[in-house]
Design a protein around this ligand. Sequence first.
Ligand code: NAP
Length: 295
Amino acid sequence: MSTITGKTSLVGLLGQPVNHSLSPIMHNAAYEEMGLDWCYVAFPCDTKNLKKVTTALRVINCKGLNVTIPHKQEVLKACNSLTAIANDIKAVNTLIPEKNNQWIGANTDVEGFLMPLKDKNLINKNAVVIGCGGSARAVAMGLNNLNVKKITILGRNETSLNIFVNNMKNILSKNNILIEGINHEKLNISAYIEEADLIINTTPIGMNRKTTEEKSIPLGRKIWDSLSKKTILYDLIYSPRPTNWLKLGAQSNCLTIDGLDMLVEQGALSIKLWSGFNDVPTETMKSSAKKHLMV
Ligand code: NAP
């Protein structure tokens, strides 16, 4: 990283936890190559402090913020306006400074999610999404763009599940895409897993390296015995790489995708929105992140 001086501008990430995040590594590598005198820092932030922290950072002229687990919906309250996608899915991962010390809420996760799927034909296919939080909303919007036939959302909290499905139904019905929410703690979900063409994990299960193997696999180990090799497994988690869930998928000869390409793409799009520059060195971002994962 270049020397931090009195002229260096601050950009950063708000979430809880953030100590696993590769964003500082890949963002600072990109700024160096782009000649931007910016410094990207990950700030742990509790939900109760989110509004205060975003307001304070805007006042001290922070050039942009990313928002991660668990704040992507809560942060809407800190936005003065939203981009069309962020408004459609009611989830924000990027804050762009605007006049009068305000923030615009944007979402670059949708395009980031689609990046590793760009060569796949998923028209009329069945998709299963595990989790119904902030990034699951971006995933459902991405699946809308891919014209899948049906999206099944698996969640454990029926209130969040219902709000999610009702919100997304309006958007997806325009494309004749079916969506249903299933409480996986109450119903048998084997048939959904067996029939799925694409399964996406949007929960943090698998991120914690210190937990047992059973607890590191979304929905538990047993359900994956019925996995078919035609199914693509996509884990939004990028550290560890691969997760135990993706290892299990590879053992069943499934195509597996981790969250690194998504991370790089959504980060590069955030830099474009903050800087106005179109050329962002995504290869440098990816190689710096990969190098750090190997340490
Ligand atoms: P979030 O808004 O907090 O949503 C997390 C979802 O997972 C919620 O539906 C939550 O359910 C569920 N969940 C959490 N722990 C669970 C458990 N033990 N069992 C069952 N469900 C559980 O978080 P997010 O922002 O969507 O992020 C989720 C994950 O995606 C994180 O690991 C994040 O790093 C990753 N991600 C990666 C990228 C990338 O670029 N690769 C981008 C976005 C997100 P409850 O509401 O019931 O707690």
